[in-house]
Each structure stands twice: as C-alpha cells, then as structure tokens.
Design a protein around this ligand. Structure first.
Ligand code: WTA
Length: 702
C-alpha cells in the first residue's frame, strides 16, 4: 500500500477508531464428501490469482464462456475508474446461458418453477424449451415492441419463469434490461423507468404471495404516470398473465398501450432470432440501488466482464456442476437473483429453482419440503430468512429428508448463533457454508471462503475470493493491519470483471461515490491508485478473514466510541428467548447517541418481559461491555421488514427518536410500524420533525 495522502491531524482522525468487541469463533472444516467433488480444490489457486498474475488470471473466467470473437486486451485501465474487461471480445449472454447447452443438455431442466400454492404442479423447463420460449419472446420484443440493441426496458415482475425468460430475450437482442423488484411500488418503478429512458414496461398481471393472488398490473398505471411526469413517455406496457388467457387484475387494459404477452406471442410461434453479437463492454443490465442519500442509482453492468465473473464465482464459490439442483431463495429483482439465480447458474448449465412464494407460508417447513421434493443439493439464502425460519420452526428441517452439500448466506452479517443453527439444523452438519459478502455494484462475490479449501468461521465472510485483494483503510487512508482489533472501511485494491461500469447517466457520481475517498492520484492510470470504497465497515482477523460489520452508516457513536450495531444484535441473539434483534441509535443528551434495542421473542416464550430485558442488558454488558449498554430494550411482536426481508432499522430509529417514519408503504408489514410507534411514542399525533442525518439514513438498505 502506498502511504496516505491525507495530512495527519485532518479532522476525522478519531473516526477511524471503530471499536470492535467480537470474540473469535471456532473453525469448522469443510465436510470430506464435499471436498472430494468440489470444482475448486487446488490450493494453488491463491497463487494463480495472486497479484503477480493480475489481471491475466481472469482469463480463466472468460474462458468459461463461448465468444464469437476473442478479446485482445484483458483489462484496459487507461480511463480509471472506468475499467474495461476483455476488450475487443464479442459474445451474446443469452447464447452463453441457453444455446450453447443444447448439444449436451437440451433435455435437462434449466429452470424449475415452484408456484406458491402447494397443490399446484411444479413446472420444469428444459434447456430446449427455454431456447424456444426465449426466441419467441425475443422476436416479439423486436418486432412487436420495436426494441433493438442498446434500448432500455424496465421489467417489473414477480418470481415467475417469465421473468428470466424476458431477461434472456433482452440479452439475446442486446436490449438493456432494468428489473425492478416486484415488491416495489408503481412509483418506484416509474422513477426508475424514467431514469433509464425506457419506452416499454413489462409487467405481470398477478402473482401469489402468502396465500393471496396479488394484483400487480395495477401498479403499472402509477408507473406510467410517474414516468410521464418525469418526462419519459411509455409507449407500450406488455403484460404477462400468470394464467394465460385469464386476466387477474382490477386495472383496465389501456387500448393502444397495454398488450397481453400471451396474445402477442401468437404471431411469433416457433420463431428463431439470431443472437446479436455484442461487444464485451456493451451494457447487459441496469440495477437500481439506494445509496445513503439521493435518488436510487442505476448500476450498469457489462456483458463480457459481468458474465465471466458470475460464471467463475458460480463455479468456484457456489460449486455449481451441471448435475446439481441449485436453489437460491432470493428474488430475481435483486442482484443476488440476477447473478446467482439466472446468469451464473445458467451459464454453467445448472438447474436453477425459482420459487414464487415466501419461505414461511403456509408454514416454516415449506422450504424443506421443496428441497426434499426436488432433491436440491445447493441452497442459498439470507440471514434474515434463516433467522425467520429459526424463529418460526426451529425443528422443521429435521422432519425432511433432503441433503445439501453446500449452503450460502448473503446480504447481511450473520450472527454466529444463527450461523450455527443454519449449519447444524438446516445443513445437518453435512453441508459446507459460504458467507458471501458483495454488493449490487460488484456484480459477484468479493469475500468468501473457498468452500473446499478454507475452514468456515461463523460470522466471518472470509478472505477475498480469487483475484480480489481487499484491504481495510482508516479515515486517513492508512491500512489497518490484520489482527489489529480495529475496524475501518473495507476497500478493494484492484478492479475485477464484475465491477459495475458506471452509474447510468451519472458517471461523476460513480467516481465520487466509490473512488474519490481513497483515490491516491486522480491523474493516475495505474489501478493501484484507485481502491474501490465499498461503504462497509469491516474487521480483518489475524487469519486473514474479514468480518463485515455493516454499512458505515450502521455504526453508532456512543460517547465518541463507535459500536457496530451487528455486534450488539449478535449478543442479543445469544439470549435463549430472543428470535430477532435490531439495534438503532437514539439521541442522548449526554453521550450523543446510545443504542436502543428492539427484540422479537421466540413463540411460546413464557419468561416475563422484565426478566428478558434484564438478560439482554446483562448479556450485552458481558459480551461487549458497559459502553454498549442500551438505553432501552423494547419487546415487539415483529420487526418492520422490506418485502425482501431486511429489517428496516431506519424505521425503528425514526420511532425511537420521535421522528416521522417516512414512507413505509413498500414494507412487507406496514401495520406493525404503527403498533410499535404507539407503544414507543404513545397515542399522540404522528411526529413530523426531522432528525439528525445519521439517524435518518441509518441502515437505509432497501
Ligand atoms: C451487506 C447484496 C455482511 C453489505 C448482495 C453490503 C453483507 C450490502 C453481506 C449490499 C455479507 C452483503 N455479510 N454484510 N455476507 N453481503 N452485505 O447491494 O452491507 O443488496 O454493502 O447486495 O449488503 O447489499 P446489496
């Protein structure tokens, strides 16, 4: 590392001292039967992907793809931080995920769709049938909707196979898709459509969620109005019907604008469309994500670099073989679904399961029944889902005869306590676990253990994955060494093929947000001067494992002493009665901020509330110290959650600080917010005042 450019004594020096009170957890070795069959079991990988071989090492990932023309330059870094991978190469992403598998696997399931109603039949779509359907949709998009390479299209759909089919059809034509998570509002969709300049919206009329058929087409009306208000005219809205021929929405079809896809497709039966030869650098998709402030930003991902990275990490970290039945329970509307339900697994000719419903409906045994029925052997989910399933049905997994060889956790730090339940109960001590840390911006995994090569350590993501060189920097841009016991900002020293290309329409924001903070010399053409700032706090242990503490805005500064909220939450979860915990900063006259703890109890708990509160306080004090003593411990019936399952700490922070909770309409359970608010703030009128910035933005992950 070059030395810091920031003068010593600049303001913020003390800010670097995020105290860390994690205790070191025990190691678990990968099961022998996993190691024997693993894709990546050669310990020389560290050297192969070492800095001496960078960036050439990534040719191995690009070689997993089929190119129409080979690249001439692996990495062009002449215009930092706009990295260009596999320059000169031409490929088609759809061809790589579908066509090229036909010779060997045409009769094998590409997608298995599990509808939410348990009595409905499961549908397997073979690679041959995926090829047929993608071609027909591509023909329709080109000839009926008038889309061509480079155009953007906004897709607002739930978890049905027509979603990946539509995405692949776009990729076949070189049309840039922007998928908006189905749980977002029409307004959110409209804003994104306007930002991307989409003239066509693609919707589904309805879908099942928690036992109800939800009217989704209704949202398209608001989306169109919102986009138009923003100056973007929508020419066509294409509606997939959940049941072809049967329209399930109260929202009327607008003549000359709204069309049923199943009807439009009739003109294109059996049509085949040549995959367009796209430049490696051509954008494949946009994915909007929230920063801590400002409007959502469209992360633009490339065709060649992105797909190579998704395929490479799927093979080595997810350990996907074509014979595996792989189930990632995320939603395709998030980056996890793009990279690790659709593009990565299909590039490797895997069988990828798509589940329409929620994990705990009709009961917490549903995921395990699906796993048993389909003989799933790779399972991928989030800590929130694990916590939810642990709370609702701690003994459910053992009732079902499935066997996972591999499990993933992603999206948030996982508390060691929860990790151990995942390992012993869900994985039955037979499965290896990877805790993969990454972001919408990064296209694929950044930190994780290599499943057959590195021991697991609960609560730690692990080292950088092959070819990724992470580092922890303090506010002075000084490296915090391994084992220092201090946290800082985790950065990646080098570019990698999956990194986003830019923020759509706002390259300056891209530079500002991710590179400005630690750029050593804005004139430099050397990638070593451009570390990527991820926006997460992390700790590097002596063994080289990174432990992610959460967004840097999830840190509570108590009396000038920083505490990771995740540490406190993790402590709470070791209390036997506690099922879920969320910690938020509450303004304190003397100490600045103090942590406030929200907990949800396991069902059937009979311990009196006062006793549970005392136990929680005592545990925090013993595991972390008096400095972390919460101002209040509040017991709530449930946590406010996004539809993707993340606990909305921002909403809790607002309630704790007597502030307005803001827009909560996109939450999975908005009613709970009012219940908690009344319990905390009393029956009085809803607060309207604004709070300090750190409380407002606290934990504002969508
Ligand atoms: C957090 C999701 C701890 C982190 C793929 C990051 C994690 C944000 C982990 C990105 C993990 C993701 N351990 N924290 N294994 N994975 N995060 O863009 O704070 O939805 O910055 O991408 O999730 O969320 P995003």
């Amino acid at each position: 590392m070059a030395q810091s450019q920031v003068p010593v004594g600049a303001s913020g020096a003390d800010e670097a001292h995020i105290s860390a009170h994690w205790k070191e957890e025990e190691y678990y070795d990968p099961p022998k039967q996993f190691v024997e069959q693993a894709n990546l079991n050669d310990p020389r990988v560290a050297e192969k992907f070492g800095e001496k071989n960078f960036p050439k090492c990534y040719e191995e990932y690009a070689d997993m793809l089929t190119w129409f023309e080979r690249w001439h330059t692996v990495l062009d870094s002449s215009e930092p931080p706009f990295w260009k991978w596999f320059v000169g190469g031409k490929l088609n992403v759809c061809y790589n995920c579908v066509d090229r598998h036909l010779a060997k696997y045409k009769n094998k399931a590409a997608l298995i769709f599990v509808p939410e109603p348990e009595e409905d039949s499961i549908v397997a779509i073979t690679y041959q049938e995926l090829y047929n359907r993608v071609n027909e949709v591509a023909a329709m998009l080109r000839e009926f909707a008038g889309l061509k390479a480079g155009d953007r299209v906004t897709i607002h759909m739930p978890m049905i196979p027509e979603l990946p089919i539509t995405m692949l059809a776009c990729a076949r034509l070189g049309v840039v898709h922007s998928v908006v998570f189905g749980g977002f509002s029409g307004e959110a969709c409209g804003l994104r459509a306007a930002d991307s300049g989409s003239k066509v919206l693609i919707y589904a009329d309805s879908y099942y969620r928690s036992g109800k058929l939800i009217d989704h087409k209704m949202l398209s009306e608001i989306a169109v109005q919102t986009a138009e208000r923003e100056g973007q005219a929508i020419e066509k809205v294409l509606i997939w019907r959940r049941f072809p021929g049967k329209f399930n929405s109260a929202s009327p079809m607008v003549q000359g604008r709204d069309y049923f896809v199943d009807e439009a497709l009739k003109m294109f039966r059996g049509r085949k469309i040549d995959p367009v030869h796209m430049d490696s650098l051509a954008p494949l998709f946009l994915m909007y994500t929230s920063g801590t402030t400002g409007k959502p930003k469209g992360c633009q991902h490339s065709s060649g670099g992105y797909l190579a990275y998704a395929a490479g990490t799927s093979r080595y970290i997810q350990d996907i073989h074509p014979t595996d039945v792989y189930w990632c329970m995320a939603d395709i509307g998030w980056i996890t679904g793009h990279s690790y339900i659709v593009y990565g697994p299909l590039a490797l000719a895997a069988t990828s399961v798509i589940f329409e419903g929620v994990p705990n409906f009709p009961d917490a045994g549903r995921p395990w029944r699906i796993a048993e029925r389909l003989d799933v052997n790779i399972f991928h989910t989030s800590p929130t889902a694990v916590r939810m399933l642990r709370k609702a049905g701690p003994d459910e997994p053992k009732k079902y005869h499935y066997h996972f060889k591999h499990m993933t956790t992603v999206g948030e730090p996982i508390e060691p306590e929860v990790w151990r339940w995942y390992y012993s109960e869900v994985g039955k001590r037979e499965a290896v676990i990877v805790d993969t840390w990454w972001q919408t911006e990064t296209g694929g995994f950044l930190c994780s253990t290599k499943p057959a090569l590195d021991p697991m350590k609960p609560g730690s993501a692990g080292p950088g994955v092959p070819g990724i060189y992470p580092v922890i920097l303090d506010e002075m841009a000084k490296e915090i060494p391994a084992g220092a016991g201090r946290a800082g900002n985790i950065c990646i020293r080098n570019p990698w093929p999956g990194i986003m290309q830019t923020i759509w329409g706002d390259p300056q924001r891209f530079v500002r947000q991710y590179y400005q903070k630690y750029c050593k010399n804005p004139e430099s053409k050397d990638w070593r001067d451009w570390p990527y700032f991820a926006g997460d706090g992390a700790l590097l242990a002596k063994d080289g494992y990174f432990r992610i503490l959460g967004r840097v805005d999830d840190v509570i500064n108590v009396a000038g002493h920083r505490l990771g909220t995740k540490e406190i939450e993790s402590a709470c979860l070791t209390v036997a009665e506690v099922a879920e915990a969320a910690v938020v900063p509450v303004v304190d006259e003397i100490k600045g901020r103090m942590p406030e703890v929200y907990i949800a109890l396991k069902p059937g708990t009979s311990t009196p509330p006062g006793e549970v509160r005392d136990k929680v306080v005592h545990t925090i004090e013993t595991m972390i110290g008096k400095i972390a003593r919460p101002k209040t411990v509040r017991i709530v019936p449930d946590m406010p959650k996004t539809r993707s399952g993340k606990i909305m700490r921002r909403v809790l922070a607002a309630i704790s600080n007597n502030m307005n909770t803001g827009d909560i309409t996109t939450l999975a359970n908005p009613d709970i917010v009012e219940q908690i608010r009344v319990a905390v703030q009393g029956e009085g009128p809803v607060a309207t005042r604004e709070g300090p910035e750190d409380v407002k933005t606290f934990g504002s992950v969508e």
